[in-house]
Design a protein around this ligand. Structure first.
Ligand SMILES: Cc1cc2nc3c(=O)[nH]c(=O)nc-3n(C[C@H](O)[C@H](O)[C@H](O)COP(=O)(O)OP(=O)(O)OC[C@H]3O[C@@H](n4cnc5c(N)ncnc54)[C@H](O)[C@@H]3O)c2cc1C
Length: 461
């Protein structure tokens, strides 16, 4: 075996998968996983763990895979993570655990994400669940939102014996994992629902269709319903738009709406009545994971798809694997370009988009080189659908209905990184609601820190 090269992972062929919604990546089988685990050097001072926001004992679980003790490997992971099958699929490992792997200096880093996915899938297929607390400690905690932050906080508190209820606005739990990330990257019933069930198996209750701030407020939960602490993990689901002429036209969508219609309301599946724009030529504006997901979804619905992004290839914020998959499937990347107007026909529908070319100047506050318009370079492209994927902000509903809860100027809830404590006693927050749109694993890390913070607060009360 060439130890410098990782065991390749099997995937659906690009031409085939571009026409279906089934999962792109098949993952490792037992033999492949054991062989890949054999590449781990089991470093004493494991750098990979420093790259993991939830501090999974990575060498520990990989050592168990090497010994073919897959159940043991799962128990090691589940001490730190409630969502390993999710993280194994969607975490940006290249910039986290795998980015720090010693093997990466001379060859491929160990495929930590694919091994995590293998272990979690194996455990699910063999009916193995995380371990429950022995007994309840008598304290009641409310968690708002059932995304990765809320599920992690709830799971960790339940393991410590807390009586936890998650309140979720939508009819299905999972947050972005359910409504945002498409089926072909993250299967809903097989993976997301199963990991939500694991959290429930720890004793966590989930009440769906409850909009905190409308159905009931945080103050009411604490004053009338006996919740001694609250964790806010309500995410950042409010889409941003460019503010350019024509943006109100029919045929312009936010990526969130477009993806929700598909993922949560199954618009792509026969037998569901959810309407969806099956454009012939679709322009997706943006270069993040959300833009890749919207583009690849539109492609699978039968469109020619262009990604228009104002910076260059190097600056694309999406995971490398998603960009690679999008290209393989036939998405066209129009880089260093930016829309200036959406062209609208006499019936109010999109008929095209005006675009200006850009070049890169000096680095801006984000550290990336800032895009500058090239005068006189504007051109028009015909299209019938435009999907805006420019980022999202937290919805102000919770902050505006909770007395004494501070937000910053971006409407993000102010909370400490160490414990998630907010300006209001007993109220903690984390994930996208605090940071703005970020990643699954950072949201999980924040949920974990807040569970610890809440435990300290209630233990000392
Ligand atoms: C399309 C898409 C693709 C992505 N791809 C990746 C990826 O590949 N890798 C990665 O790491 N990250 C990815 N992300 C980002 C990642 O999904 C988020 O950072 C993460 O889900 C944030 O977790 P969270 O728990 O803070 O919030 P969310 O996942 O947004 O969950 C918040 C939950 O709170 C609920 N809620 C909101 N308001 C209320 C209320 N008032 N009352 C009750 N419930 C409420 C919402 O309905 C939602 O279910 C992607 C995001 C999107 C949109």
């Amino acid at each position: 075996m060439d130890v410098l090269t990782r065991i390749p992972v099997r995937e659906q062929e690009p031409q085939v998968r571009a026409k279906n919604f089934e999962e792109v990546c098949y993952g490792y089988n037992e033999e492949e996983a054991v062989a890949e685990a054999g590449r781990c050097l089991n470093c004493k001072n494991a750098q990979c763990m420093k790259g993991c926001p939830v501090s999974i004992n990575i060498p520990g679980f990989i050592a168990k895979v090497k010994e073919r003790d897959f159940e043991g490997a799962y128990q090691v992971i589940s001490e730190s993570s409630a969502l390993p099958a999710v993280c194994g699929r969607v975490c940006p490992q290249e910039s986290q655990c795998e980015g720090k792997c010693i093997r990466g200096f001379k060859g491929d880093p160990v495929a930590i994400g694919k091994l995590e996915r293998f272990v979690a899938d194996w455990a699910r297929e063999h009916g193995i669940r995380p371990k429950m607390a022995d007994k309840l400690n008598g304290h009641k905690v409310a968690v708002i939102g059932s995304g990765p932050a809320g599920l992690t906080c709830a799971g960790d508190l339940a393991k410590l014996g807390y009586d936890v209820t998650i309140f979720e606005a939508l009819h299905k739990a999972g947050g972005v994992l359910s409504y945002g990330i498409p089926e072909f990257r993250l299967p809903k019933d097989k993976v997301v629902a199963a990991e939500v069930e694991n959290v429930k198996s720890l004793g966590v209750k989930i009440e769906t269709n409850v909009v905190i701030g409308k159905s009931v407020t945080i103050d009411e939960l604490m004053e009338n319903e006996g919740f001694e602490a609250v964790f806010i993990g309500s995410g950042a689901g409010l889409p941003r738009f460019m503010g350019i002429p024509g943006e109100q036209a029919n045929g312009v969508f936010s990526a969130n709406e477009f993806l929700t219609r598909n993922n949560l309301m199954k618009a792509f599946e026969e037998g569901y009545e959810t309407p969806i724009a099956e454009g012939k030529k679709v322009v997706v504006v943006g270069g993040g994971n959300v833009a890749m997901d919207a583009a690849r979804t539109a492609l699978r619905l039968g469109a020619e798809v262009h990604i228009v992004y104002r910076r260059g290839e190097e600056e694309l914020p999406a995971r490398k694997e998603e960009v690679h998959h999008a290209k393989e499937e036939g998405i066209i990347f129009d880089l260093l370009q930016n829309p200036t107007e959406i062209l609208v026909d006499e019936n109010g529908w999109v008929k095209g988009i005006r675009i200006i070319k850009m070049e890169l100047g000096e680095p801006d506050a984000s550290g990336r080189r800032s895009p500058i318009e090239i005068p006189g370079s504007e051109y028009e492209m015909e299209c019938d659908t435009v999907i805006m994927s420019l980022g999202t902000s937290p919805n102000p509903l919770i902050s505006s209905t909770t007395i004494g809860l501070d937000v910053n100027k971006r409407k993000c809830i102010v909370a400490t990184e160490e414990t998630g404590a907010t300006s209001k006693e007993g109220v903690y927050a984390g994930g996208d609601a605090v940071t703005g749109a970020a990643t699954v694993i950072l949201a999980m890390g924040a949920g974990k820190a807040a569970a610890k913070g809440i435990d300290e607060f209630l233990s000392n009360k």
